[in-house]
Design a protein around this ligand. Sequence first.
Ligand SMILES: Cc1ncc(C[n+]2csc(CCOP(=O)(O)OP(=O)(O)O)c2C)c(N)n1
Ligand code: SF4
Ligand SMILES: [Mg+2]
Length: 312
Amino acid sequence: MSETLTEIEPRTNGAAAPAAPAERKGLTKKEVAADHPTWCPGCGDFSVLALYFKLIEKRKMWHENITTIAGIGCSSRFPYFVQAHGAHYIHGRALPFASGISLSRPDLHVFVFGGDGDAFSIGGNHFNHTARKNIKMTYVVMDNWVYGLTKKQTSPTSPLGFKSKTDQWGAVDYPINPMKQAIAAGATFVARTTHSNPNHVLQMMEAAMDHEGFGFIECLSECVEFYEGAFDASNPRKGGAFNEVPKDHDATDELAAFKLAGAEFPGYFGIFYKAAKATKNAKEAEIIRGARERLQGLQDWQILQKSFDRMK
Ligand SMILES: Cc1ncc(C[n+]2csc(CCOP(=O)(O)OP(=O)(O)O)c2C)c(N)n1
Ligand code: SF4
Ligand SMILES: [Mg+2]
């Protein structure tokens, strides 16, 4: 007999993924690595992708548990290189798309990858709203301080004086500070890392993934083609300094996190801010649970029909 819509058991909001049998192995890097990445040799994005594979392997994830979403940009080509569910979506619109997935499928872990332009230029508003709504997902912004894909335009994180095709005499606009932006917008997990420290990237990704809410990571990721050497000052192998967040930093203190974010480049690396706040996922699940309880005996589609009838 063919299934009809009403016969399909609707997913319970807030439900955890069903437990896998003990003998089932997690995905391996070999299984999730898709096409050969088309990034330029030496691009920092390779490192982020390799660590995502490592995360999937380490945390024993399966195809049905995760999805990989991105907007447009070099960094946003990410989902092409992952042999799993995902989407390479519209420039700047990865977060609203990911929000829809997260809210309708709270059993999934939604990973979003993208660039500084995607996140803070065209997608700037979406960033603020997804953060304040505390929608559960992990968002890694691969910040290279430039538009890479379109061949060197000034991005919102390009420093003053950066010469690009759009600022031939040097950038004159003050750059945004992604960490301050995230904290001020209401993100409940805010961390900073760099492609040149793989262990740290993995550590931050794991912590963001385990966070119950919107987890944001700024990951410095060098564009060797259009902004070579941008992050040398943060790389000990290039004479720079990798300073971890001080041990006595209180990550629940918003003001302290903001202050840390204001440190001059190379600044600090680690978890700046973490807050325990109800997610939109949990709040929506509660609304759904309440409606089902009030209208016992009705199927979900009938409850939905009643809502639309009330709007008439
Ligand atoms: C609506 C729309 N506007 C502009 C573009 C052109 N465009 C593609 S990627 C991009 C910027 C990419 O920069 P970033 O997000 O920093 O990613 P990167 O390539 O540096 O990784 C722009 C402006 C587009 N694809 N769609
Ligand atoms: S242009 Fe820059 S960001 Fe794009 S793939 Fe090449 S090095 Fe990476
Ligand atoms: Mg960029």
